[in-house]
Design a protein around this ligand. Structure first.
Ligand SMILES: Nc1nc2c(c(=O)[nH]1)N[C@H]1C(S)=C(S)[C@@H](COP(=O)(O)OP(=O)(O)OC[C@H]3O[C@@H](n4cnc5c(=O)[nH]c(N)nc54)[C@H](O)[C@@H]3O)O[C@H]1N2
Ligand SMILES: Nc1nc2c(c(=O)[nH]1)N[C@H]1C(S)=C(S)[C@@H](COP(=O)(O)OP(=O)(O)OC[C@H]3O[C@@H](n4cnc5c(=O)[nH]c(N)nc54)[C@H](O)[C@@H]3O)O[C@H]1N2
Ligand code: SF4
Ligand SMILES: [Mo]
Length: 694
């Protein structure tokens, strides 16, 4: 493979999955934007432009590592690493039963990897204890979407539809930092932004509502109240296309805007103005982000946003709609193929006997051998090493030591394991704690598919040979499965074969991929699921005729506001919320290794209003201690007039004592298992001022 090579593929990071042209001349890899689905030139954000650097990062994992008797990780070869792993897994399973092994997957894995990981857990390990980091990400909006529409696809329409929007409501989303090229589709729209901070997105908004963190449900009730009282509800749509309006209204009727103002801090006049803008425009869209979802009432809050959208008649029509901005590269596909605790491929429920029988047939195993639903990701992490809990954990595509809530607790639980195995291409903070570290391939070194935020299936293509001994996750799963006695043909390593099996497993399910294949994708067809037959054109727009419930109607939800699990008090008088910076991705395991990004955004910080800082005796740039009931963080003060004075913001991309998730706790949304990342009560003081901190 000498000379200049070129492939068309997609960025390795977020769910926008910007198309990229990758070129290599054996010396360097160059990236440039590819074309959008309609042929117009695409764009990349700085993470996309700098992504190739990680392919050649000096600390790339090139060999498997095993923890030696002296406690150090030492290089080994694949046979030794996999033999050791299989041997330990077998012993543990013999002693404690199959549920002794836990698996944590990721929304960055390709469809093929996510599918094979779920199959591996259910039939090679026989464990029910598999979940993935999408639990931290999509779970609340997905639960609300499934309940309301009978189907959960992030955007039920192509992003380009947004170009005709007149008004777009962004509820707890900051795409100017998290998906910059998406803003090109929003140029003509007036934006209404709901965010406690004046973000780069909020600065472009016609209207910026700034609620206290964790109070969105009250705000959305107030807005539904406005819609009803001002006669802005689309009555005919509500009558013909929905059920349950009365139940939703019964709850919202108690939330006149002035009452919502008291709880949220958003003036009643702004609530009215926002609803009028949305209702009076001909083409309005409502989009949800993690800001409203990552709470102990995340599902109910997402449901309240859907209630408002339904009342305004937006979902399922042309020139309007509701959607949720999916996060990770394969955040959409990653939640469809069976790495989720309660799910089988095709977005099928694991507890449904018909679904179980179908998938067992495709896998060639007795249906009784399929385990039942297991615990959600945070519950899984919480039970590691505890009596009756998993004693081994396999991690593929997540870095929970930085990104899971209450990370001190996570570290304790990981330390209580007999075996921790992490597959990664760099020594992430979690991999550094593992007994076995498996070096895997990156995006430009592998083939596969991902499903972007609009449900479109995309091809990832290989440009480079994997360096050193790096192997695909598919090879790893197949190698371990064989050592556990599985027939080789059950765990194919060729992505195209895995995809063909995934298609069969998804046939007839909610997310039906059976009509999509590599040939059609490689021929340039634009295919959104469901796509049930080889001749089917795919489904770019869902719900235009009917919603996916048997009666074709969408469901309003009966929800009400209550306070978040932790609210400010005398000891912890401020709200802290967490989230993203433009230049870093997630736990930062990837972007902190990219020189340009690391140099521009090197350190953890706490964003704080100047008046609050002044009252606390803090000045810009100085180190501060941030304490919550769960833990302690040290970060530099960054003054920002755009944040609410009662709120501070801590980005979650940094390790060590700047890890935002030292502050967050174990409270979960009872419906979805979503942690409360976006609202925790804290105290901020000058660093060291309080003496020794606990
Ligand atoms: N640069 C970058 N881009 C990314 C990622 C990344 O790590 N870095 N990750 C990708 C992934 S996986 C995801 S999930 C998406 C997430 O994309 P977003 O949802 O846009 O990102 P966040 O920064 O987590 O949260 C959005 C906003 O919610 C606000 N917020 C905080 N608390 C509240 C609240 O209580 N109510 C309301 N209304 N708003 C609140 C925050 O101030 C923040 O501006 O981004 C994707 N893109
Ligand atoms: N406080 C706070 N915490 C949060 C959030 C927040 O807003 N605030 N957001 C949450 C959200 S939305 C998300 S999505 C999570 C994400 O948090 P994580 O799950 O930690 O996600 P990443 O940092 O992307 O970790 C992925 C790891 O897998 C590796 N990796 C990438 N691709 C592959 C692959 O194909 N195979 C293998 N084997 N490894 C791979 C990467 O190198 C990296 O080490 O964080 C959550 N945590
Ligand atoms: S917006 Fe997302 S997919 Fe596009 S270049 Fe940036 S990180 Fe990559
Ligand atoms: Mo996410």
């Amino acid at each position: 493979m000498r000379g200049v090579r070129e492939v068309m593929t997609h960025c390795p990071y977020c769910a926008l999955q910007c198309p990229t042209r990758l070129r290599s001349d054996d010396e360097e890899v160059e990236v440039s934007p590819g074309s959008l689905s309609d042929g117009r030139p695409g764009a990349l954000c700085r993470k996309g432009w700098t992504a190739p650097e990680l392919l050649r990062t000096p600390d790339r994992l090139l060999q498997p590592l095993l923890r030696g008797a002296d406690g150090e990780l030492v290089p080994t070869d694949w046979d030794r690493a996999l033999d050791f792993m299989a041997h330990r897994l077998r012993d543990l399973r013999t002693e404690h039963g199959s549920d002794v092994v836990g698996v944590l997957g990721g929304g960055g894995l390709t469809n093929e990897k996510a599918y094979l990981l779920g199959k591996f857990a259910r039939i090679a390990l026989g464990t029910s204890r598999i979940d993935y980091n999408g639990r931290f990400c999509m779970s609340a909006a997905a639960a609300a979407g499934n309940a309301a529409f009978g189907l959960d696809r992030g955007l039920p329409f192509p992003v380009t539809d947004l170009e005709d929007a007149q008004v777009v409501l962004l509820a707890g989303a900051n795409p100017a930092s998290t998906m910059p090229p998406l803003l090109r589709h929003l140029e003509r729209a007036q934006l209404v932004v709901i965010d406690p901070r004046r973000t780069a997105t909020a600065r472009r908004a016609a209207l910026h509502l700034q609620p206290a963190p964790g109070t969105d449900l009250a705000l959305l009730q107030g807005m539904l109240h406005v819609a009803v009282v001002e006669g802005l509800v689309k009555r005919e749509y509500v009558r013909e296309r929905t059920v349950g309006f009365q139940g939703a209204w019964q709850q919202a009727s108690a939330w006149w805007p002035e009452r919502a103002e008291q709880v949220t801090g958003v003036p009643a006049a702004e609530q009215r103005a926002a609803v009028r803008l949305l209702a009076e425009a001909e083409r309005s869209y409502v989009l949800s982000g993690r800001g409203i979802e990552q709470h102990t009432r995340g599902t109910d809050t997402a449901a309240a946003l859907i209630n408002l959208s339904l009342a305004l008649g937006l979902p399922g029509r042309e020139g309007g709609g509701y959607g949720c901005l999916t996060g990770q590269g394969n955040g959409q596909g990653g939640r469809e193929h069976g790495q989720k605790a309660d799910q089988l491929p095709g977005y099928r429920p694991l507890s449904d006997p018909v679904a179980r029988a179908h998938v067992a047939r495709v896998w060639g195993v007795p249906v009784e051998s399929l385990p039942g639903p297991g615990p959600s990701a945070c519950e899984l992490l919480g039970m590691l090493g505890a009596p009756g809990g998993p004693r081994a954990l396999l991690v593929f595509g997540s870095n929970p030591v930085v990104s899971a809530p209450h990370t001190n607790h996570v570290r304790e639980r990981l330390a209580a394991l007999d075996l921790l195995v992490v597959a990664d291409f760099v020594l992430s903070e979690t991999a550094a704690l593992a007994d076995v570290v498996l070096p895997v391939t990156q995006w430009a070194e592998e083939e596969g598919t991902l499903t972007n935020l609009e449900g479109r299936v995309l091809r990832r293509r290989r440009l480079l040979r994997p360096p050193g001994q790096a192997r695909s996750d598919l090879d790893v799963l197949s190698g371990v499965a064989a050592r556990l006695g599985q027939p080789a043909e059950r765990f194919p390593t060729v992505p195209r074969l895995v995809f063909d099996e995934l298609r069969a497993a998804s046939r007839g399910g909610r997310a039906d991929y059976s009509g999509i294949d590599y040939e059609r994708l490689d021929a340039g067809e634009v295919l959104h699921w469901p796509c049930p037959t080889a001749g089917h054109p795919g489904t770019p727009r869902l719900f235009l005729e009917r919603f996916a419930h048997p009666d074709g109607r969408a469901r309003f939800a009966e929800v009400d506001h209550c306070d978040p699990a932790e609210i400010p008090d005398e000891d912890y008088p401020l709200h802290a919320t967490t989230g993203r910076l433009l230049l870093h991705y997630q736990s930062g395991a990837q972007t902190r290794r990219i020189s340009e990004l690391a140099a521009s955004a090197p350190n953890p910080f706490v964003e704080i209003h100047p008046d609050t800082a002044h009252a606390l005796g803090l000045s810009d740039g100085e180190l501060a201690d941030i304490d919550s009931a769960n833990g302690h963080v040290v970060a530099r003060v960054r003054l920002d007039r755009g944040i609410r004075p009662d709120t501070v913001f801590v980005p979650f991309h940094f390790p060590g004592r700047g890890t935002a998730n030292l502050l967050t706790g174990n409270a979960l949304d009872p419906v979805s298992g979503m942690p409360q990342f976006k609202s925790v009560a804290v105290r901020v003081t000058a660093h060291g001022a309080a003496g020794e901190t606990a």
